[in-house]
Structure formats: C-alpha cells, structure tokens
Ligand binder design. Structure first.
Ligand code: PGA
Length: 248
C-alpha cells in the first residue's frame, strides 16, 4: 500500500479555506482504493478537521512536535496534545524546521517522545546540497542513525523515513527516478546496517521534494518506494488527483 503524505505547511490562510481544501481531498480519497492519505494541516486546524472526518482512508498528523508531554514551553505542542487532537501521525525534522535550528539531537528526542505515545512518526532527512566527494551521503546517514537511536524495536512499525533533498523542496524539479532510487537504497542500507533486519523490514521509506503530476508516475515506479510526501501539490486538487492515481 502506497502512502501520499500531504504537508500543507503554513497553508491555507483561513479555516474556511482549510475546510474547502480538506473537502476536495476527501472527495479524491473516495475515488481511490489502496492508497493511504495522510493530511498534515497547520496544528491550529488539526482538531476540527480530524473531528469532522468519519472515513477511514485519511489519517491526520501534525507538522512538528516538542519532546516533552507538557510543561513550560511557550508556543510548542506536545505528542500528548497531538494525540488528543485526533491525529495519529507527526512529521519530525522537516527541512523547514531544521533551517530554523532544529538539530539531529532534538529530532531524536521528538521521535522517542512521539513513539512513546504510539504516534506514527514521519522523519524527514535530506542533504542541503550535493558535492563531488559524497559528503551528502554521510549527512543523510547521520540524520537517520541519530533520529532512530532511541526508537524501541517494538515501534519500528510506526516509523517512516521521508528522504527529501533540501534542494528539491519547493524547487521546479525533483531528482530523476534513478537518483531517487539510489538514495532509497542508501536509506534502507543505513537502517539495516545500524538497526538490523527487523528495522529494515518494518520502517517505511518515502520520497519528498518537488513531486507533481508530471513526475509522479516516474517516482512511483522507483522500486521499494512506499510513498511520497508532497507540499505544493497537496494544495492543488488537480495535482493531488494525478499523484494519487500514479500511486495506484
Ligand atoms: P514541495 O515540498 O512538494 O512543495 O517541493 C515538499 C516538502 O517540503 O516536503
């Protein structure tokens, strides 16, 4: 089963628009079988949208989370609060959070705190840029190894790694299918080498960064890819429809 993760980021501007976008997403989900859709709206819209939904094809998640369950942390949201809102997923370590200073060590704590509450975690990893010496490979490896360091093996089934090269996020073009495949192999090999066979079998791996209706088919043809994480395309029902079709 392929997953399409819709990261709305800080969109849309009002709850009315969010309701309309969700209604369009819901309509598309009804016409599709065999594809999981995870919607990550702004946290402030999360509870109401989750509450309004009675179906089974869409799941909800937050776009980021803190590593404590409660306390004096102004402006933050805890895994316990995410759970209480009706969400089942949380995205951790997105490039747009890392750029504001989120570190690998913080990602590790957030992953552990979220798994403790049995949330499904989507851990975003990816290099800022590539260089001829392959430094980016080491960077991605480190992000994965650190993020999973405190993940209990019993929760491996709740983990998805989203490989998202930072240079492709918000860009016009995604890497080609061959490059995506190479990095999928690297992610899976890193998981296996560091955390063993069980982790390798259970942890899912998706691709994100400039996925759109033009390249979705080629990306879904990449072997061993469990899904995609989409930003801009999740805000446009025409784009989303083509991507869901490609997933099937
Ligand atoms: P994009 O964003 O699809 O707009 O490139 C992807 C992401 O940030 O995950």
């Amino acid at each position: 089963m392929k997953t399409v993760i819709c990261n709305w980021k800080m969109n849309p501007k009002s709850f009315d628009e969010a309701k309309r976008l969700f209604a369009a997403t819901k309509k598309l989900s009804l016409t599709t079988k065999g594809t999981d859709i995870v919607v990550l709206p702004p946290t402030i819209f999360l509870r109401e949208l989750a509450k309004s939904y009675r179906g089974v094809r869409i799941e909800f998640g937050a776009q980021h989370v803190f590593w404590e369950q409660e306390g004096s942390h102004t402006g933050d949201t805890s895994p316990a609060q995410v759970r209480d809102s009706g969400a089942t997923h949380v995205l951790i370590g997105h490039a747009e959070r890392r750029i504001l200073g989120e570190t690998d060590a913080q990602v590790r704590m957030k992953v552990a705190a979220s798994l403790e509450l049995k949330l499904d975690v989507i851990i975003a990893v990816g290099e800022r840029e590539r260089d001829a010496h392959g430094e980016h490979i080491q960077q991605v490896r480190e992000q994965i190894v650190t993020a999973l360091a405190d993940a209990p093996p019993a929760r491996y089934k709740n983990i998805t790694i989203a490989y998202e090269p930072v240079w492709a996020i918000g860009a016009a073009f995604a890497p080609d299918a061959h490059e995506v495949h190479q990095m999928m192999l690297l992610v899976r090999k890193t998981i296996r080498d560091t955390y063993g066979e069980r982790a390798f079998k259970l942890i899912r791996v998706v691709y994100g960064g400039a996925v759109n209706k033009e390249n979705a088919e080629a990306i879904f043809a990449v072997p061993d890819l469990d899904g995609v994480l989409i930003g801009r395309a999740s805000l446009d029902p025409t784009q989303l429809e083509s991507i869901i079709k490609a997933a099937q």
